[in-house]
Design a protein around this ligand. Structure first.
Ligand SMILES: C[S@@+](CC[C@H](N)C(=O)[O-])C[C@H]1O[C@@H](n2cnc3c(N)ncnc32)[C@H](O)[C@@H]1O
Length: 239
């Protein structure tokens, strides 16, 4: 529990500890893709896969970088669309699960690392053509978010599209929490349960700082998080 100047307490989220509290084969539970504590349905997962495919428009030569990939259960649904794949996540538990259940050496691999450190250290960034970051971006600190977007723009020069999915919308936070419970400090804390809430305008400003152009979309109304989240596709701004 964290107390702050507004006196409204809120709890932090530890991705690795949470994943360790779930059995090996509870892939959605490990990354909290749950409703009322139960894994979301296959229809919900299919909607996510459809949104990613439609935004990233894969072809068989694509090399996908999956930032904060979790256990890779989501991306593994798209392995058949791709030439190769690298999933990066800082949770040892989730990367161990990814390696055990989804890794297919040598072309579909997982690496334990923080996203900004990974982006700085990658030896062959030019091989990547597309980037996915689903349900994770809000958990990066502001500095890490800026650094990774800048590295993707400057160094991952063959990346033409980045799909960032399931972002919590700052303009909908009041409806989500209600005025009584809404805590502005929590909404700007990447270690909180939901991470940093940003309005679409805030996201445009963040992405533009690194050179990216934003195109926003929403999941269908039947999607469990439709009412407070949005997706964004980043492309290079015309020179
Ligand atoms: C809700 S899960 C989403 C996992 C996966 N992208 C998916 O959609 O199935 C959020 C993930 O972000 C990872 N994460 C958060 N901050 C990170 C960071 N700075 N570097 C690497 N991974 C991070 C967590 O470990 C967790 O696996």
């Amino acid at each position: 529990m964290n107390m702050n100047s507004t006196d409204k307490p809120y709890s932090r989220f530890d991705h690795d500890a949470h994943a360790r509290s779930r059995p090996d084969d509870d892939f959605w539970g490990q990354i909290r893709r749950t409703v009322g504590g139960k894994p979301v349905s296959e229809e919900q997962i299919a909607m996510i896969v459809q949104a990613i495919r439609s935004a990233l428009n894969f072809n068989s030569q694509d090399v996908l970088l999956d930032l904060a990939c979790g256990n890779g259960a989501l991306a593994s649904r798209m392995f058949g669309d791709l030439k190769s794949y690298c999933g990066v996540d800082f949770s040892e538990r989730l990367i161990d699960i990814g390696k055990k259940y989804f890794e297919k050496l040598p072309d579909f691999i997982f690496e334990k690392n923080g996203v900004a450190d990974y982006a700085r250290q990658e030896q062959n960034p030019r091989r990547f053509t597309k980037v996915l970051c689903y349900g994770s971006f809000a958990y990066f600190s502001e500095a890490e978010a800026q650094s990774v977007l800048k590295a993707l723009f400057d160094v991952f020069v063959n990346v033409e599209r980045i799909f960032i999915g399931n972002l919590p919308d700052r303009d909908r936070a009041i409806k989500f929490y209600g005025a009584e419970k809404l805590n502005p400090i929590e909404l700007s804390d990447h270690t909180s349960q939901i991470g940093i809430w940003r309005s679409q305008q805030e996201f445009i400003d963040l992405a533009a700082g690194a050179g990216w152009h934003c195109r926003f979309s929403k999941m269908p109304e039947e999607f469990y998080a439709h009412h407070y989240r949005y997706d964004v596709l980043l492309t290079r701004q015309p020179k």
